[in-house]
Design a protein around this ligand. Structure first.
Ligand SMILES: Nc1ncnc2c1ncn2[C@@H]1O[C@H](COP(=O)(O)OP(=O)(O)OP(=O)(O)O)[C@@H](O)[C@H]1O
Ligand SMILES: O=c1[nH]c(=O)c2[nH+]cn([C@@H]3O[C@H](COP(=O)(O)O)[C@@H](O)[C@H]3O)c2[nH]1
Ligand SMILES: NC(=O)CC[C@H](N)C(=O)O
Ligand SMILES: [Mg+2]
Length: 520
């Protein structure tokens, strides 16, 4: 593993329950330094065994002065490893070293202007005024002795501090989110001050992952991989294939919730692009039956997650002739995990079918080589693995498919309506050359909503279709895409003309947060 590799320096991100711990880790990786996350409960001796060159203390939902709030691990500051506190981490550092943290009255959420009073190490060469992203209710009222206070905002007198001799630094804002203008530069300044060499590349993610999969599955083990045609499972499959060769079988499940032409396209393109063994399972009947009459989004997600596994188990039995299959490979990414409530102390937003939607009686051991990564990192890994561009750059499509894009119960008729509308939207967006610009565009059928229309001089009482084009970098946050009006007009006209049951097309203009990308 790279943390023991003398060629690479390791940065540990100590997680206090942050939404953005993985974002910090990936920003470090963007500086070409290897990074991994550890819980704040990990003893310092264990952390030191990973030979970290630097440590970052993450944000978190607690107040440092509250009872039971997670504390800086005992002895951390005595190790001499350079440490950078962010938000909660900054507050925890202040408190642990004799400073004072309090609720000073004013909370700051969102974009805030930061005034740099002293460049110091963190702000060297950066503008004296910059826009940063804040999300805090508590503040550092007094910095610990010997620290230089280097920045403030209108409501936060101590917004950054540092003690370069001791290698200790901290900021109240979130340098890891893109909205913080010079956040990446601030982080880089810390890493440079800590002596981290920029010698790590994505190639090592692929190599490390192959190595780890080989160790997990062993010399005899066999695996099946849930393959969807999406980039995550394609990259996961390619990694596992490198590790165990033809002891891997891929399984593509047609659950009846796919888009128009998708099953044929996946089968054709995937087989053409790789030499992986692929089995295609027609499971439409069982999924639609299990979903019959179900309207609750979480219930739908759990049912779909369960049925996926049942299909994989059937396949496990079907291919047992070659030897037992104990492992299931999934292209799970970090956002799937954190939204399913899988982070340390993070909330359950929605149960992604491959994480929170898994049944309790799961018989497989999971192999998830991408579990700590974000989509754009996976795309880069896909390019390094030599996968075709069409596969690497395919827009995401959720495993539960159109099942979570019908608000209301799922039925064959409703799926048919949505499939047609979706095909039109996709065709027009592609024709307008917007595929790379738009992260994805869910097309949603409000199946239980009807509105009055007039078509051909007659009254109609049809369903609305919602267009949800979004731009994003990693699906953790998103904004609605400013699709040109003429493209929207073409989509709207075609959908209402060509899909009989639809008489209205609406545009979703909500960012994430507060909305999520999918409607369910
Ligand atoms: N139709 C399917 N058949 C088999 N496995 C699937 C199917 N849909 C999803 N999966 C499994 O669930 C995982 C998560 O799905 P998800 O949609 O997040 O990833 P993806 O389809 O690989 O990539 P993308 O997010 O780009 O669509 C997949 O990586 C794959 O392992
Ligand atoms: O494989 C998946 N299984 C799921 O259960 C699931 N739910 C959402 N998504 C996709 O994840 C990204 C973030 O979506 P949300 O903003 O809706 O949470 C977006 O790209 C969504 O399309 C899923 N993918
Ligand atoms: N984002 C954070 O780390 C918040 C820290 C702390 N919970 C506060 O509100 O000030
Ligand atoms: Mg997908």
């Amino acid at each position: 593993m790279s943390e023991f590799d003398p060629l690479f320096d390791t940065v540990l991100v100590v997680d206090f329950g942050a939404q953005y711990a993985q974002l910090i880790a990936r920003r470090v990786r963007e500086c070409h330094v290897y990074s991994e996350i550890v819980p704040s409960t990990m003893p310092v001796a264990e952390m030191m065994a990973k030979k970290p060159k630097a440590i970052i203390l993450s944000g978190g939902p607690s107040s440092v002065y509250a009872e039971g709030a997670p504390a800086v691990p005992d002895g951390l500051f005595e190790t001499g490893v350079p440490t950078f506190g962010i938000c909660y981490g900054f507050q925890a550092m202040a408190q642990a070293l004799g400073g004072r943290v309090a609720q000073t009255g004013v909370a700051e959420y969102g974009g805030t202007r930061l005034d740099v009073s002293q460049e110091g190490v963190l702000f060297a060469g950066l503008p004296a005024r910059q826009s940063v992203w804040m999300s805090h209710g508590d503040s550092v009222a007094a910095a610990p002795e010997g620290f230089d206070v280097t920045a403030f905002t209108a409501d936060t007198p101590v917004a950054a501090f540092e003690h370069p001799v001791k290698g200790l630094y901290g900021v109240q804002f979130h340098p890891e989110v893109l909205h913080s203008e010079h956040g990446q530069a601030v982080l880089k300044h810390f890493l440079d001050a800590a002596g981290c060499r920029p010698s790590w590349t994505m190639l090592n993610i692929v190599e490390d992952a192959v190595e780890a999969v080989r160790a997990q599955i062993g010399p005899e083990g066999r695996a099946i991989c849930g393959l969807s045609g999406g980039v995550d499972s394609a990259v996961a499959a390619a990694i596992v294939q490198r590790a165990i060769g033809d002891r891997l079988t891929c399984v593509f499940v047609d659950h009846g919730l796919l888009r128009k032409g998708e099953a044929e396209q996946v089968e054709r393109d995937f087989v053409a692009a790789t030499s992986v063994k692929l089995r295609v399972v027609d499971a439409q009947e069982r999924f639609l039956k299990a979903l019959d009459g179900v309207t609750d989004p979480e219930e739908k997600r759990k049912i779909i997650g369960r049925e996926f596994i049942r299909v994989f188990e059937d396949e496990q039995r079907a291919i047992i002739a070659d030897g037992p299959v104990d492992f299931l490979v999934q292209g799970t990414l970090y956002p799937d995990v954190v939204e399913s409530g899988g982070g340390t102390g993070t909330a359950n937003i929605k149960s992604h079918h491959n994480v929170g939607g898994l049944p309790d009686d799961l018989q497989f051991q999971l192999v998830e080589p991408l579990r700590a990564l974000f989509k754009d990192e996976v795309r880069r890994a896909g390019e390094e693995l030599g996968l075709p561009a069409a596969m690497v750059w395919r827009q995401p499509f959720p495993g539960p498919g159109l099942g979570i894009r019908i608000v209301g119960a799922v039925s064959r008729e409703r799926l048919e309506i949505l499939r047609e509308a979706d095909a039109i939207a996709r065709e027009e967006l592609s024709r307008a050359g917007l595929d790379r610009e738009i992260w994805q565009c869910p097309v949603v059928l409000l199946a239980d909503v009807r509105s009055v229309g007039v078509q051909g001089d007659g009254r109609t009482y049809g369903h609305p279709i919602v267009l949800r084009p979004v731009s994003s970098e990693d699906a953790m946050t998103a904004d609605w895409s400013r699709v040109p009006y003429d493209v929207l007009a073409r989509i709207s006209t075609r959908i209402t003309n060509e899909v009989r049951e639809v008489n209205r097309v609406v545009l979703d203009v909500t960012s994430k947060p507060p909305g999520t990308i999918e409607w369910e």
